[in-house]
Design a protein around this ligand. Structure first.
Ligand code: AMP
Ligand code: ZN
Length: 667
């Protein structure tokens, strides 16, 4: 029996590893996300039930969920040096001369892309990932192993003929596509977008919840094998060995025999880099022979055998024609500079983001100014300066608007963000349309065939103004719209009808309460089973819910204090939309934990925090977020800290280890 289970667990792990590889490395998923989640769930459940088959490198660990409060500092066994920089070919020629002085035999180089992300050092022992540390100051960094384990293209287990113990160094980065996705979600959830992929990647690595890190879909590339002894003579061979062991190395690295080949590589990528799916800020050159590397050694800061070549951000001058202001779905105002079209980094640029009023002031931007536009790390080109010599004496300063360009409402400025908002959430056209688009989106009510264009048309025709209006639409009203065939109209009507079956948590996400994203909506539904319970909850009660802070709590409370929102909810309810937790959303396995409250703390080894909390609920218990007299059980993992101490001080709380918790359920 137990052998059978072990076999099933191992099969599932193997299968999931393969799907991960298909998805992340090959970019060719062979099953749907939902089927993947089902398999994963099955494995999670089995692992939770049979902790004896625990494996640190199981695909469920990639799912994350472990929460780290502080990242321990770890000394680097081999210092992580920085790289010397060069900006033109003269610098490179000087570098080559210095090398030839020390080495009187032919020198080969490996030219690599300089990935713009966060560097990482990962320790592998006996073929298993055991520790991952950030660069820090080069001597010591933060241990972020749990987070790095969630990155799907970093192997947890190696294959083939690998050395017993070594470090692999590389870069963690975000592809442009995933960066854009993160920002889209952030905007949907009412958060400001991140500025650039690099900061987002390094910020993601320091998040406390590894489950959240996983959702960021970070990528990695490994470019350096580090150990006292190397199983090859050259850097090039080491890279390819690493590839055989399962590491993702760069496809673009190239062996160059002389400076001319290096220059060719640099020139090629200086223009071609804009087509890459990720950002690079230069090229890294490394002496290929490890023996020669040793002969060259290090300066106080960097290896003499390596050199970074930094690309210049391309900069052009053009004229400002006007400044316009866009109103986002959340009401955030983005000033945009309209420019005389100009060619920059391979594309024609007509507009540049000005971000906010402070930036316009800092630039001291005037009407019709000649400006310098640059394409740097950010996706959208930006104005980096003004050519004041060309400014005409009578040109006026750009004055920031006071009122919303869409609805005329006076704007408010959020001080610590420097951003202006239109506060007219319920009647400002882009915000109204945005809310309805959000309501029908896939992760919310998932009303297929109802695209943003249709919603805009319906809004213009005054047929809809808030999500409740969808349910009064008739086919006859849809048919006169542009490009609306009988069949699509019918599909829309059926889609709307079907949305009445969508679970409460998705509806709660869909109605667009500021700061209530998918995860928060789920947590709320776990604690409040009907919209009316949620409506009645005080800010203090809301704050009791795990992961809900004062900002979210106040936003929820504001939402329910608005009579128009209440009316919309009443209408949704009357049309049959789910505003209560359905019976099947929480499958009950037993009532072993009925009436008992639980909290998990420390580093859990047998199950993730999420699956533990789910177990509590499936067995009739309740999760709470803080240690108080109301807590019955505190389940502690490794290195439990202040919560454990507080629970001991209170004295009435039963303290369990993970196994004892499982025993409670399995009795
Ligand atoms: P810098 O931060 O300018 O001193 O440049 C050094 C950094 O470049 C390293 O810490 C790495 O994070 C990064 N880097 C990106 N790509 C590579 C690469 N192919 N080889 C070495 N370092 C790289
Ligand atoms: Zn407005």
């Amino acid at each position: 029996m137990s052998e059978n289970i072990q076999h099933t667990i191992e099969q599932l792990r193997k299968e999931l590893h393969q799907h991960n590889e298909n998805y992340y490395l090959l970019d060719e998923p062979s099953i749907s996300d939902m089927d993947f989640d089902l398999l994963l769930k099955k494995l999670q459940d089995l692992e939770a039930k049979y902790p004896e088959f625990h494996d640190d490198n199981s695909p469920t660990i990639r799912v994350g969920g472990g929460v780290t409060k502080i990242f321990p500092t770890v000394q680097h066994q081999f210092r992580m040096y920085s790289l010397d920089n060069s900006y033109d070919f003269n610098d490179l020629e000087d570098w080559e001369k210095r090398i030839i002085k020390t080495i009187d035999e032919p020198v080969e180089f490996v030219a690599e892309l300089k990935y713009d992300g966060a560097s990482i050092s990962i320790l592998y022992e006996n073929g298993k990932l055991t520790e991952a540390v950030t660069r820090g100051d080069g001597f010591q960094g933060d241990e972020i192993t749990a987070n790095v384990r969630t990155i799907s293209d970093i192997p947890l287990k190696l294959v083939g003929d690998f050395p017993e113990r070594f470090f692999m160094r590389g870069e963690i980065y975000l592809t442009r596509k995933n960066f854009a996705k993160i920002n889209k979600t952030r905007e949907e959830e009412g958060f400001d977008p991140f500025m650039n992929p690099r900061n987002t990647a390094s910020g993601s690595l320091k998040m406390q919840d590894s489950g959240e890190v996983r959702k960021r879909r970070l990528s990695s590339v490994l470019y350096q094998f580090v150990s006292a002894e190397a199983p090859a003579e050259t850097h090039w061979d080491l890279l390819h060995k690493a590839q055989d062991w399962g590491f993702k190395i760069s496809d673009q690295a190239k062996l160059c025999r002389n400076l001319d080949e290096i220059k060719e590589f640099i020139n090629f990528w200086d223009t071609e880099r804009h087509q890459l799916p990720f950002e690079i800020d230069g090229i890294v050159l490394k002496v290929n022979s490890l023996k020669q590397q040793r002969q060259l050694g290090y300066t106080a800061k960097s290896p003499r055998w390596a050199m970074a070549y930094k690309f210049k951000a391309e900069k052009v001058e053009t004229q400002l024609q006007s400044v316009s202001y866009q109103v986002g779905r959340t009401g955030a105002i983005t000033p945009v500079a309209n420019l005389k079209p100009v060619l920059l980094a391979g594309t024609t640029v007509k507009r540049a983001s000005l971000h906010n009023e402070d930036i316009i002031k800092k630039l001291d931007l005037h009407e019709q100014d000649f400006v310098f536009v640059e394409k740097g790390g950010e996706i959208i080109p930006k104005i980096v300066g003004v050519n004041t010599e060309k400014r005409s004496s009578d040109s006026k300063e750009i004055e920031y608007i006071k009122n919303c360009p869409e609805c005329g409402t006076e704007l408010v400025k959020i001080e610590d963000q420097a951003i202006h908002f239109c506060p007219n959430e319920l009647h400002c056209p882009p915000q109204v349309v945005g809310r309805m688009i959000h309501y029908v989106s896939r992760k919310a009510l998932n009303i297929e065939n109802l695209g943003s264009e249709t919603i805009e048309q319906l809004y213009r025709e005054k047929l809809i103004e808030n999500p409740a209006d969808f349910y009064t639409l008739s086919k006859e009203q849809l048919l006169p719209l542009e490009r609306m065939a009988e069949k699509s109209a019918q599909n829309i009507i059926s889609g709307i009808e079907k949305s009445k079956e969508v679970a409460f948590e998705k509806v709660l996400y869909g109605i667009g309460i500021k700061h209530v994203g998918e995860t928060v909506a789920k947590k709320l539904v776990k604690n409040f089973s009907t919209i009316d319970e949620l409506k009645k909850a005080s800010v203090e009660e809301l704050c009791q819910v795990e992961d809900i802070g004062i900002k979210i709590a106040e936003s929820i409370s504001d939402f329910f204090s608005n009579s128009e929102n209440i009316l919309m909810l009443e209408r949704l309810k009357s049309y049959g939309v789910q505003l209560e937790k359905g019976e099947n959303t929480n499958e009950i396995l037993s009532n072993a934990l009925e009436g008992k409250t639980f909290l998990f703390t420390g580093k859990l080894a047998l199950f993730t925090r999420e699956s533990a909390e789910e177990m509590v609920e499936k067995h009739g218990g309740k999760n709470i977020s803080a240690v108080s007299k109301n807590l019955n059980y505190l389940v502690v993992g490794e290195k439990a800290g202040s919560k454990l101490k507080k629970a001991q001080d209170i004295g009435t709380i039963t303290i369990l280890d993970e196994q004892q918790f499982l025993d409670l359920i399995e009795k």
